[in-house]
Structure formats: C-alpha cells, structure tokens
Design a protein around this ligand. Structure first.
Ligand code: LR7
Ligand code: MN
Length: 611
C-alpha cells in the first residue's frame, strides 16, 4: 500500500503546478523566439520560388572574368555611378561586388618557399566562424566560397604525397576523423555564420536559401541572434556552437589565398597554446583589387597607449630567432578579426570578455591575455587572407556609446596594471567611469591562470615598444618657467606637424606629455621632434629660427637627437647645435634658435633625472 501523508501530497501538487508553469513558460519563450527568427523555418514554396528567382537574377548579373586573379575591377557609365554611390553609403563598392564572381580566382602571392612545405596528413579539424551585421550579401557569399574552395580536396596543393604518413609510408585517410571520406572537403568541418541581428532582408531568408541550395550540404550552420550583441559576443556565440578541434574566425569580407588553412592547422597541432594569425592582405573597397605589399616581408601587430592596434615591422631579433622567412613570427598583438586557435584552449584562456559590446577593444584584450597567460601569438607567413578595409563603419553602433573606449578601459583595468594610467592620460573621461562596468570576473580569471604582469609583457614580448616612462631621462610636461608655456603637440596629426607651446595644464594631459628618451629623442609615443631646415640641409650655422616638426621616429638619431644641459636647463638639438626656444606667443610654433642665455630657452621637465 502506498501511503502519502497529506503534507507530502500538497508538496507534490505544488511541484506539479510549478512544473506545468515552467513548461508553459518555456513553450511561450520558444514560440516568441521562434517568431523572431521564423523567416528560416517557415519557407513556403512561393517564397522559395521568389528566392530562386532573385538568386538566378544575381547570377545573371555577374560579369565573367571580372576581377579574376584579384586584379582591380571597374564598371562604366551608369554602373560606375551606382557603384560610387554604394561606396559612399556602405564604405564598399557593393554594386561592383555584385558583378564579380563569387568564386573569382586570386593570384598566388605566397612566399614561393611555401609551396615546398609538406604538411601532416592528419591535421586538426576546423570550424570557421564568420560573424556579420548587415554586411553586403555578395561579399559574404564570396567569403564563404573562398573558404570552401580553398578547403576542397581537388585543389592542387592537397597532392597525394602529402597524405602518405611520414615514416611508415602508409596512405592516410583524408580529412578529419569521422568525416565521410568521399566528401570533397579536407579539415573543414563546418562554417558557422553568426548573424548579429542584421536587418538587411537579403541576409535572412535569401541567404538561408542560397546556403541550402547552392552550398555543400551539412557544412554550414546559420546562427541568428535575436538581439544585436556586437562582434565580441557574436564570436562567442559562434564558438559555443562549434564542434571542431580548432576555431578559425574571419570577418565576413575576406578572400582566402590558396592553401591558407594547413599552415595554421599544422602549427596548432604542434603547439596547442599558440594563437595564429595569417598575413592580412588588403582588398580595395573601391575596386576589389587584392594587393600585397611584399611577398617576402610583412608586418606584425603593435599597439599605442591610446588603445589602438597598429602595424609594426618585425624586429631584427625576431627575424633571427625564427630562422626562416616562412617560420611563424611572434606578434605582440593581433588585429583581431582573423585568427586560429585550439578550441579547448580558447575556452581555457577565458574566451572573451562577454561584457564588451559593439566594436573594438577585444583584439588588444585577447592579445595581452594570450601572452601574459602563457600562450603565444604568431603570424604564420604561409597563410594569407585578404580583407576589405573600410574607411568607416557602415553600420550603426549602440547609440552614443563609445564601445571602443569603454572596451579598451575594461581591457586596461584587467591587463595593464599601472600602465593603464598611460591610456587614461588620453581618455581622462574614462578614469573611474562607471560606464566601464565590473571587471572582477576577468581579474579572477587572471589570478586563476596565474598570468604575468604587463611589465613582463613590455620587457619580454614587446621590447621595442617605446614606453614614455621607460628608457627615458625625463618625462611629463616640458615647461618654460618664464612664459608658463609647455611644449604641446596641439592635437595635430599628420606626418610632419609643428610642435607648439601652450599654457601648461595643471595636470598631465596627453598633448603635453613628452619624453626625452635615452637615445636623445624629444618625443611622444610615435613621433619625434626634428628641425625643419629652411635653407640648405647642412647649413648648420644658419641663425634663422627653425620650426620644430613632430615626425615618425626613425630610431637612428640623425636629426632627432636632443641633449638636455642641466646647468642651463637648455634643450639642444645635437646636429645643429640650436636650442629649443619657447617664444612668448600662446599657441605659436616652438622654434630652435642659436643658444643664448635667454629665459625662453630654459626648460623644466616634470619627472627628470636632472631635476
Ligand atoms: O555589432 C557588430 N556586429 C558584428 O557582427 C559589429 C560588427 N560585426 C561584424 C562585422 O560585420 C564584421 O564581419 O564584425 C566583423 C568585424 O567588423 P569590421 O569589419 O567592421 O571591423 P574592422 O575590420 O574595421 O576591425 C578590426 O577590429 C575590430 C575590433 O573590434 C575587430 O577585431 C575586427 O575583426 C577587426 N578586423 C580585422 O582584424 C581584419 C584586419 C583589419 C586590420 C587591421
Ligand atoms: Mn573587417
């Protein structure tokens, strides 16, 4: 006999009601979600017929051979005008892209030595993740095709010889474990398209229909995000969905060069804690010209304390260390959009800061984290991918929020230690700003992974980085006490802009923050003071006042070397022997004049060894 005490019965009844409620809620939620993304699920025949018609029309518009080999493509007449119009609006000549074949060919720009590299037959399988918000439809399709085509087994680079196991001579099964051996794709397990809540209709049903009818079955998954979450969280969503050994992220406007995947996968196989980037080539947004700066040399990633990514030359030391032009090359940072990583390692390393919205900041965050937490970030020269660089964001970002600034502040709080101050110098508005939000969980991650500090990063990974407080005689404001003026870069950009004087700010601010480096450079982070020669370059005895220009630091001292004379507080330009002179006019350009005892030539530096 069962015996239920009354209390227990009531208890069970309550659980029953709760259960029913939960089910009802889930059902409601599913329906609501389904409603939001129903476009894919509820194709009825007439809609499909319409997509088919549109796609055939698109295909008919393509001009065979246009842009083949990656050459620049041009339209004429009315089409030219429409193209220019689309570029003004979308930062890309979309009208032209619509005319270029989805699977146009590209010239092989790799270092010729890459053709002789033999890769293992067994390499990690890969999930390629493409994220997009309102990207041009034809550009997205071209990106997908280039990924597929470069992974097809019938491509010449997957030669039979490569599939004979080293040592035993046994022929290896092609592809990744579990893949249908008759499939024509090698290593590529899936392509995950993450639609970050686009609003363009052609990226909805039509794209899904294209995928269903034109692309290899079971290869592509489309993840439709119910809300716009920004690129960091879109990548996270894609990564959660992925199942292959490795993740490769790409922007949705890329074209891959031949055999770009194996060099990345081979490195991942050998060092699972390496995060790898291809060489990124430029696809011109106006004419889709695939251009390559140089087949043999390339740049790696740097950064500025303003929180931006930059390109830098490969340091000589690194050229020696890697031993070969085509060996992976250490890169202090990455641009962010194109990289390969072991999937397990991606999660172990803390994936991304999921509180980063919109655009920006995630690239430096991940770069610093990789290095500080025991990984490496490397450019793999045999892997090249083209990317369409746009001159502006064609899409809107969350209203009025400076996501790049806020995300970068989040990064700085967690990874840059006291060097975060150098960032805040440029963004005083973000110092202690509640908009940054809570970063405790990322600091916990840093503890848990026992990551090294930023000082270690600067000393070991990016030794060549000019750090305004390191390797200097003095830094801070350069103040002329007679006038109360300080040297000021006057927020002037440009290759050679005159250095000025301006009343000293009471606190340190970026435009008045300069350093006198141990090499004798009078500089800010990127630019060094040198003289503008008015007459003949070598006429150093000329007494006329010379303007002082901030130009790219060449590191070779010539023309950019200054000497501080403590006894007179003068700053003397070494090659010319002239002294820096403040003058008495606010906002004027500073000059270099014959050294004299005048008060305009006295300079006090906030933090200096001489003071
Ligand atoms: O809200 C958004 N949701 C998105 O899904 C905003 C963007 N996106 C998508 C977008 O459709 C695109 O596919 O995210 C991708 C990257 O956006 P882009 O192409 O507008 O960015 P970008 O190429 O100008 O910017 C670079 O820096 C970004 C910083 O957040 C990202 O890391 C980009 O991926 C990165 N691009 C590259 O690294 C390619 C090489 C460029 C360089 C240098
Ligand atoms: Mn991009």
């Amino acid at each position: 006999m069962f015996y239920f005490p009354a209390r227990k019965c009531a208890y069970i009844a309550k659980i029953g009601i709760l259960f029913t409620l939960v089910i009802a809620l889930i059902t409601f939620f599913e329906q609501w979600r389904g409603g939001k993304r129903s476009v894919d699920a509820t194709f009825s025949d007439p809609i499909e017929a319409e997509f088919e018609r549109q796609i055939l029309e698109d295909e008919a518009r393509i001009i065979p051979g246009l842009g083949d080999g990656g050459v620049a493509a041009y339209l004429t007449g009315e089409d030219k005008r429409l193209g220019e119009e689309s570029e003004k609006k979308l930062a890309m000549n979309v009208h032209l892209s619509d005319r270029i074949a989805y699977n146009r060919t590209l010239k092989d720009y790799r270092n010729p030595a890459c053709q002789r590299v033999v890769y293992d037959a067994e390499l990690p399988s890969v999930s390629v993740i493409l994220i997009f918000h309102n990207e041009p439809y034809s550009v997205v399709i071209r990106t997908i095709w280039s990924v597929i085509n470069s992974a097809r087994r019938d491509q010449p680079w997957y030669s039979k010889a490569n599939f004979v196991e080293r040592g035993t001579g046994r022929t290896m099964q092609l592809g990744y474990p579990g893949q249908d051996p008759t499939s024509s794709l090698v290593y590529l397990k899936e392509i995950i398209l993450v639609d970050d809540n686009s609003t363009l209709p052609e990226l909805k049903g039509k794209l899904s229909y294209y995928v269903k009818t034109r692309l290899p079955p079971d290869l592509i998954r489309i993840l439709r995000l119910p809300d716009r979450v920004g690129l960091t969280r879109a990548r996270l969503a894609g990564a959660r969905y992925a199942t292959a050994d490795a993740l490769v992220f790409l922007d949705a406007h890329c074209e891959t060069q031949r055999d770009w995947l194996r060099p990345l996968l081979q490195e991942l196989k050998e060092s699972p804690r390496a995060v790898l980037v291809p060489i990124i080539d430029v696809i011109d947004a106006s004419n889709f010209y695939y251009s390559v700066q140089d087949t043999y040399s390339f740049q790696v990633g740097g950064f500025t304390f303003t929180g931006h990514f930059t390109w830098i030359d490969v340091p000589e030391r690194e050229k020696k260390r890697r031993g070969s032009d085509i060996a992976p090359t250490w890169s202090p940072t990455m641009a962010g959009g194109l990289f390969a990583i072991n999937r397990a390692y991606f999660w172990e390393l803390g994936a991304y800061d999921e509180q980063m919205a919109g655009w920006g900041g995630e690239n430096l965050e991940m770069s610093f984290r990789i290095w500080q937490c025991g990984g490496t970030l490397e450019t793999v020269p045999c892997s090249r991918v083209g990317h369409v660089f746009r001159s502006f964001h064609p899409y809107g970002l969350p209203a009025q929020s400076d996501t790049h600034g806020i995300n970068t502040a989040r990064m700085a709080e967690v990874w840059m230690d006291e060097y975060a101050e150098l960032f805040y110098l440029h963004r005083p508005d973000l110092r202690n700003n509640p908009k940054i939000g809570d970063v405790t969980h990322r600091k916990v991650l840093r503890e848990k992974l026992k990551c090294k500090d930023f000082q270690w990063y600067l000393d070991n990974v990016y030794e060549d980085k000019f750090v305004p407080v390191r390797d200097v005689y003095g830094f801070g404001r350069f103040k002329n006490p007679a006038s109360g003026f300080c040297l000021d870069t006057m927020q002037r950009d440009g290759e050679a802009s005159p250095l000025g004087v301006y009343p000293c700010h009471s606190t340190l601010q970026a435009t008045q923050y300069l350093s006198l480096s141990l090499r004798g450079e009078l500089r800010d982070e990127e630019k060094c003071a040198q003289l503008q020669y008015t007459r003949s370059e070598n006429d150093v005895n000329d007494d006329t006042a010379r303007r002082v220009l901030m130009t790219s630091c060449h590191g070779k001292q010539r023309g950019q070397k200054w000497k501080y004379i403590p006894s007179t507080s003068q700053l003397q330009h070494v090659d010319s022997g002239l002294c820096l002179d403040a003058g008495f006019e606010v906002g004027a350009d500073v000059t270099a004049r014959a050294c004299s005892g005048k008060v305009q030539q006295r300079w006090l530096i906030d933090y200096a060894e001489y003071n």
